[in-house]
Unconditional design. Structure first.
Length: 490
């Protein structure tokens, strides 16, 4: 692309560059620069891209975008905000790929991963070729790509959307984190449907207050646009039972569709029955009511199903067809996932790493547990400390046998994290096993028929971060090994 055509999207910049310069790629990682690339200097949380401008020049960068002067000889354009400029340039360079897709964004504290996967399932059954971006991976058709953040940076997003378009993907669904919204990672993403799941305490190490956290989530709905176009009408899908939905409603000009259980909603579940093998309920819609059975367990799973159903309806999928597709889903990796290794008691691995998420799962287990409930749980290091005593308090209240352990301690002392948790459960009965493997093995060794074990916090993750090192650790694998070890001893 000719540089003049590309930089025309920038409102203001300082510097000059020849109009006929050809830009072959855009990069923010100097290690990926090849001759003809435009290198954007991003001042990040860990490193400052301005420090790598010379390296980019050595590798062949023909143009540098920066916020301050850098010691290079190639043309340099100075902008006020290089992150915002990167979003604009990436969108233009890849020819506005998100506008060529049906794009669905899902935000909220809990349920994002499950809801995105449910939406993708329905759309795939509706003969759409789908893409997915989220916590576990990026997916283009059947191709799985690694991801670092729940929501990648704007350059990676536009590259991914471009790959989707080239591979004839028609619909893409993505998790949208609060960090990404505040940091402008989704600038340039042309969403057709925005979904709000719920809001509970998380990430206050970053957002500081619940009000700031809620405002961050509302940005997705504010960015739906202010234009009503019958050819491309946009929708906001909101949880009628979460009071924060009022903020989302105020933030958007888009038409609103609601789902819920306790409050009146466009798509509502009533007369719920939860079993260890699934859930049944009466689905009440503007078109009538019907009895629905799903393989997923728990009230929180019904919320996720309703969110996906409502979003797909907004995209034109007949709700009866969506219900059929959703009824076939057994679950999502690491979300209330059962570990089977021949034992006569359920072992459940779940990503619940927030107070509300843990409460939802334990309340669900309480509906079918026959005897004791073991809850193996910890809290992540270098993250919101305020939720630690809350997590422990919920574990003590809703599990008969709480086992406190490490999650991803990162650079914090694991024992100090557990002490923060124990501040919320003075005088309660619990077991502490700092080593996560030992904690899982302990719970398995103690369980008998009729008991339930919940291993909470890490879900699909196949690693543990200790210090700055990521080691192999998968709760599901460790639980299976512990069960097999118990069987050999019995």
């Amino acid at each position: 692309m000719k540089v003049r055509e590309l930089i025309n999207v920038l409102a203001l910049y300082q510097g000059e560059v020849a109009d006929d310069l050809e830009i072959t790629a855009i990069e923010q990682d100097s290690r990926r620069v090849k001759p003809g690339a435009l290198f954007i200097c991003i001042d990040g949380e860990v490193v400052d891209g301005h420090d790598f401008a010379q390296k980019a020049e050595e590798l062949g960068a023909s143009l540098i975008i920066a916020e301050k002067p850098v010691p290079v000889t190639v043309p340099t354009l100075l902008v006020r905000d290089s992150k915002r400029a990167m979003a604009q340039l990436a969108d233009a360079f890849y020819d506005h790929p998100s506008q060529k897709l049906k794009l669905i964004g899902v935000t909220g504290t809990n349920g994002k991963t499950t809801v995105t996967h449910l939406i993708e399932k329905v759309l795939a059954d509706h003969d759409e070729k789908t893409g997915l971006i989220g916590t576990m991976y990026r997916k283009i058709g059947d191709q799985i790509l690694e991801t670092i953040n729940t929501t990648p940076d704007s350059l990676t997003l536009q590259k991914t959307f471009d790959e989707m378009v080239k591979k004839e993907v028609t619909s893409a669904v993505m998790e949208v984190s609060s960090h990404a919204l505040v940091q402008g990672r989704v600038y340039g993403c042309d969403y057709d449907v925005a979904v709000f799941t719920n809001l509970s305490q998380d990430h206050l190490d970053y957002h500081h207050t619940m009000e700031e956290y809620a405002h961050a989530k509302s940005l997705l709905f504010a960015q739906l646009g202010n234009r009503y176009s019958q050819s491309a009408l946009k929708y906001a899908v909101l949880n009628a039972d979460d009071p924060v939905s009022t903020l989302m409603q105020k933030a958007t000009a888009a038409p609103i569709l609601t789902y819920g259980i306790d409050q009146d909603a466009d798509f509502r579940a009533q007369n719920i029955q939860v079993r260890s093998t699934g859930s049944t309920f009466e689905l009440v819609t503007p078109f009538g009511s019907e009895q629905v059975t799903i393989k997923m367990v728990g009230k929180f799973s019904i919320y996720n199903m309703l969110a996906a159903l409502t979003a797909c309806f907004a995209l034109g999928v007949p709700y009866s067809q969506a219900v059929k597709s959703l009824g076939e889903v057994a679950g999502v990796s690491g979300r209330f996932e059962l570990v089977h290794a021949g034992q006569d008691f359920p072992v459940i691995v779940d990503y619940s790493h927030t107070p509300d998420g843990l409460l939802n799962v334990l309340e669900t287990i309480d509906e079918f547990a026959e005897r004791r409930v073991f809850c193996v749980v910890g809290c992540g290091g270098d993250r919101d400390k305020g939720k630690r005593p809350q997590m422990a308090k919920i574990a003590v209240q809703y599990a008969t046998d709480p086992v406190f352990t490490s999650d991803n301690p990162r650079t914090e002392d694991p024992e100090a994290i557990i002490q923060d948790m124990l501040a919320g459960v003075t005088g309660a009965d619990y077991v502490v096993k700092v080593d996560r493997r030992e904690a899982i093995e302990y719970a398995v060794s103690q369980a008998v028929s009729g008991d339930v074990i919940l291993i909470a916090g890490k879900g699909h993750e196949d690693y543990q971060i200790i210090g700055t090192t990521k080691i192999n650790f998968d709760d599901r694998v460790v639980a299976r090994e512990a069960i097999e070890k118990k069987q050999q001893l019995d």
